[in-house]
Ligand binder design. Structure first.
Ligand code: PHE
Length: 450
């Protein structure tokens, strides 16, 4: 086992919450949530998503965090520490691989967001602009989106190279509250647009005829993605957590914030979709098409638009650094790499792996898998519909049966104050969570291809 004496801890309890919320709140809330709600028929999807967040997401977040705190290592090492001489470290390795894959295309979208900062700043959000053409025009370029993808990756590497407290914690502290305020301003604008009511109905009035097995799979994928679950972010961040911190309440805070921000984003985007006559099922471009249209309708829209995409880019960064931290901490703990070389080498490799996802909209736009979509959708589908739920399933089975739900619960309730995890946790971990994931995956995958 590697020597862990020098391992950093968060500088405060708030440090963990902010970094964890920084990981959770990102493109998943503002870009991915509205677009999967839009392609899955609206409110029914939101309903299923909320049920999954509460009954599967929350217990899993607590579980990952305590596996990390008890194991005091990156995902691979944490499983090894809690179940020595067993193949369970493979579950951690799967997480490391998933982080690698997600970051490769997450950075492409982070790059779109950076590009939109410049578009906003240079006054491209005008009332007579064609925002669909603006977006498709950008992503179907060959080189520019790849350069932005590179810029985003360099920023991510720079922060991770700085270390846990100085790098991650310092950055996330002030970023996302500002973002929340900006979203509220945007909601007021969106809700007062003429014809916005249809958007609210789309988001909150379920039409149950829209449900298929695929709806559940998409909802589980979105829940895991947005909460950063199923690939060891919380194992890694939990490993920097001290024994005095209260895990149940920290996790509840993170789940609440993340869900709240997703719903707020929906409250900006859907009223605007309907008010401007956009297509809710437009897919990956939805936020990038509707938000600029809202800014165009605002006084000082250039200022609001620029600040918003700047903050979206920063929110994406605080998620991207958590993805890179999982992979980097594995190289650092297990392979003895220095933090600087681990982050730089990984950043370069992950950048290259992401290039085809970007080219999926230009050079490789002919590529398509029936039921899934283009190259970009394929990355997203493999990572979020398959690997994240699988990672969550393995973590639940591991904690429920191998490490034992009793030990996980005792670890979660170790500090003597604050919120406690109740008796419900054992059965949830051992039966409800694994069974739900297996059923949703099985039927959802069949529904995707048949
Ligand atoms: N939760 C992040 C978001 O919503 C994405 C992410 C997924 C980050 C998985 C880490 C791990 O944008």
């Amino acid at each position: 086992m590697p020597d862990l004496k020098g391992r950093e801890n968060w500088a405060s309890r708030l440090g963990f919450i902010l970094a964890a919320a920084g990981s959770a709140v990102g493109l998943g809330n503002i870009w991915r949530f509205p677009f999967v709600v839009g392609t899955n028929g609206g409110a029914v999807f939101v309903l299923i998503y909320l049920v999954i967040v509460i009954f599967i997401g929350y217990p899993l977040m607590v579980t990952e965090t305590v596996v990390g705190r008890a194991g005091k290592r990156n995902p691979v090492g944490a499983f090894q520490a809690l179940a020595p001489n067993s193949p369970w470290w493979l579950a951690g390795a799967l997480g490391v691989f998933t982080g690698f894959l997600i970051l490769s295309y997450y950075s492409v979208v982070g790059g779109w967001s950076l590009a939109y900062v410049i578009k906003a700043l240079t006054g491209e959000f005008t009332t007579d602009a064609d925002f669909v053409a603006l977006f498709t025009g950008h992503i179907s370029l060959t080189i520019a989106p790849i350069i932005w993808h590179a810029v985003f990756m360099v920023l991510t590497v720079a922060i991770i190279a700085g270390g846990v407290v100085k790098g991650i914690q310092r950055w996330v502290q002030f970023l996302w509250p500002v973002m929340a305020v900006l979203i509220v301003i945007l909601i007021i604008r969106a809700l007062t647009l003429e014809g916005s009511g249809a958007g609210i109905a789309f988001l909150f009035r379920p039409d149950f005829s829209e449900i298929t097995a695929r709806t559940f799979l998409d909802a589980i994928a979105q829940s895991f993605f947005t909460l950063s679950l199923g690939m060891g972010v919380f194992i890694t961040y939990g490993s920097y957590l001290s024994d005095r911190d209260n895990v149940p309440s920290s996790a509840a805070t993170v789940v609440g914030l993340d869900t709240g921000i997703a719903i707020l984003a929906g409250l900006v985007i859907f009223p605007a979709v309907f008010a401007f006559g956009f297509e809710p099922g437009a897919g990956a471009g939805l936020a990038f098409i509707t938000l600029p249209a809202v800014f165009a309708e605002m006084p000082v829209g250039t200022l609001f638009g620029t600040s918003f995409f700047l903050l979206l880019s920063l929110a994406a960064l605080t998620s991207a650094i958590s993805l890179l931290e999982v992979v980097a901490s594995w190289l650092i703990d297990e392979k003895g790499w220095t933090r600087k070389s681990a982050s730089a080498v990984l950043g370069a490799v992950i950048f290259v792996v992401g290039i085809p996802a970007s080219l999926g909209f230009s050079a490789f736009s002919g590529f398509a898998i029936p039921g899934i979509g283009d190259l970009f959708d394929t990355y997203d589908w493999i990572a979020n519909s398959i690997l994240l739920p699988l990672g969550g399933l393995l973590t639940a089975v591991f904690a429920g049966y191998v490490w034992k739900a009793k030990s996980a619960r005792a670890e979660a309730n170790k500090d003597h104050m604050g919120m406690k995890i109740g008796e419900w946790y054992g059965p949830a971990l051992r039966y409800v969570v694994p069974l739900a994931i297996i059923l949703v995956m099985a039927f959802g995958i069949i529904d995707t291809f048949v």
